[in-house]
Write a protein that binds this ligand. Structure first.
Ligand SMILES: Cc1cc2nc3c(=O)[nH]c(=O)nc-3n(C[C@H](O)[C@H](O)[C@H](O)COP(=O)(O)OP(=O)(O)OC[C@H]3O[C@@H](n4cnc5c(N)ncnc54)[C@H](O)[C@@H]3O)c2cc1C
Length: 129
C-alpha cells in the first residue's frame, strides 16, 4: 500500500496526470494490468471535477433542496410538524460533507490499487472554478 508522493528515483510504468474519472479509470486499468502507477493531481485532493466542482456538488445540492421541498409539500409530514427551513450555508455544509466522503472513497481506491498519489498541498492548490 502506498499513496505517498512519488520521489525522484521511483520507477513507474505509467504516470497518469489528473485524478478525475478519466485518470482514476486509467490508473485502475493500468494497475489491473500489473503496472506500477503514479497519479499527479494539481489540486489538493483526488477526484477531479466530478467530485469537487461538477457531478457530486451539483447533485448533493439538488438532492438536499428537493428533499426539503418534498418534506414541506407532503401533508404526511406537514400536518404533524412545522415546515423545514435550511439556510444556504447549511445546505452548502451538507454538500461539503458529501464531497468529503467521496474524496476519501476516491483516495481509498488509489490506495487499494497501490498508486502513488501526488496532490498539491492545500496552500498551493488552484482555486476551484
Ligand atoms: C456542474 C457539473 C455537473 C456535472 N454533472 C454530471 C453528471 O451528473 N453526470 C456525469 O456523468 N457527468 C457530469 N459532469 C461532467 C463530469 O464532471 C466530467 O465529465 C468528468 O469530471 C470528466 O472527468 P475527467 O477525468 O475527464 O476530467 P476532470 O474531472 O476535470 O479531471 C481532470 C483532473 O486533472 C487535473 N489536472 C488537469 N491538468 C493537470 C496538470 N497539468 N497537472 C496535474 N493535474 C491536472 C485537474 O485538477 C482535475 O482533477 C458534470 C460537470 C459539471 C461541471
Amino acid at each position: 500500500m502506498s499513496n505517498s508522493s512519488p520521489r525522484p528515483h521511483d520507477h513507474f510504468d505509467a504516470i497518469v496526470i489528473g485524478s478525475g474519472p478519466g485518470g482514476e479509470g486509467a490508473a485502475m486499468g493500468l494497475s489491473k494490468a500489473g503496472k506500477q502507477v503514479a497519479v499527479i493531481e494539481r489540486e489538493a485532493a483526488v477526484g477531479g471535477g466530478c467530485t469537487h466542482w461538477g457531478t457530486i456538488p451539483s447533485k448533493a445540492l439538488r438532492h438536499t433542496v428537493s428533499r426539503i421541498i418534498e418534506f414541506n409539500q407532503n401533508p404526511i409530514y406537514t400536518q404533524h410538524t412545522k415546515s423545514l427551513h435550511s439556510t444556504f450555508a447549511q445546505i452548502l455544509s451538507h454538500a461539503d460533507s458529501v464531497i468529503g466522503k467521496q474524496t476519501r472513497m476516491r483516495q481509498a481506491f488509489m490506495t487499494a490499487i497501490n498508486a502513488h498519489c501526488s496532490t498539491a498541498t492545500p496552500s498551493l492548490s488552484m482555486p476551484i472554478p
